[in-house]
Write a protein that binds this ligand. Structure first.
Ligand code: FAD
Length: 194
């Protein structure tokens, strides 16, 4: 997607989470017509509902079409998406010129020869690690997206901090201590002095 050097006339983005929304908004601002297809009832469903609603409003204000509760099925010759939308408009179809499938990422571990080293992976290809990111083989650690413990730059960076603390500082930091996300139920958290 980063190598696209032309403007798709109508980009259909399948997947309404971070990556799909980022690219959808980017290409809309470049000038493409953009439709985002999401199978869930709301965008970025790991966020709170009001966040999903606000993001959808922002995108629609920019002219992006959002189809929720929709399943996508491309045909060989043109991009078609059968769409059962939550708007009760029955079964409609979106035809675009290009499609971006932003429906999730998988770890790039299949060509590393891990099996030869005896490093265990799970059924999805993530390297199995303990709470301090040791793999099944002594002396080998797995950090970042490949261990399935996070999918962000900051979690990858924190993985490095955990391993460095354990290896170099005799500090038993662990992944389960990581403060990844919370739901704020009171304003006290935000008012507290930093
Ligand atoms: C489109 C997109 C948007 C994102 N936006 C955000 C965001 O806004 N905020 C955020 O926190 N995270 C974001 N992420 C996630 C973030 O990029 C990753 O979580 C992070 O880069 C993971 O770091 P990593 O070091 O584990 O892996 P990577 O950054 O993927 O680095 C792995 C490196 O290893 C190299 N490599 C792979 N196989 C081999 C091999 N066999 N030999 C040698 N080198 C190899 C790769 O070329 C790559 O350079 C985004 C991801 C995508 C795809």
């Amino acid at each position: 997607m980063m190598h696209v050097d032309f403007l798709p006339r109508h980009l259909i983005v399948v997947g309404g989470s971070y990556v799909g929304l980022e690219f959808g908004q980017m290409f809309r601002r470049f000038g493409s017509e953009v439709t985002i297809i999401e199978m869930a009832p709301r965008l970025i469903q790991r966020e709170d509902e009001d966040i999903s609603a606000a993001i959808q409003e922002i995108l629609e204000r920019e002219g992006i079409a959002v189809r929720l509760n929709a399943s996508a099925s491309p045909s060989p010759n043109e991009v078609k998406n059968g769409c059962e939308s939550g708007l009760r408009d029955g079964h409609s179809e979106v035809i675009g010129t290009h499609a971006l499938l932003a429906v999730g990422r998988r770890p790039n571990t299949d060509d590393l020869g891990l099996e030869k080293a005896g490093v265990a992976v799970d059924a999805h290809g993530y390297i199995v690690v303990d709470d301090q990111l040791r793999t099944s083989v002594p002396g080998i650690w797995a950090l970042g997206d490949c261990n399935g413990k996070g999918a962000f730059t900051h979690t990858s960076y924190n993985d490095a901090e955990i391993v460095a603390a354990n290896l170099l500082d005799n500090d038993p930091r662990s992944v389960s201590d990581r403060f990844l996300r919370t739901r704020c139920t009171s304003t006290r958290h935000w008012d507290a002095p930093v």
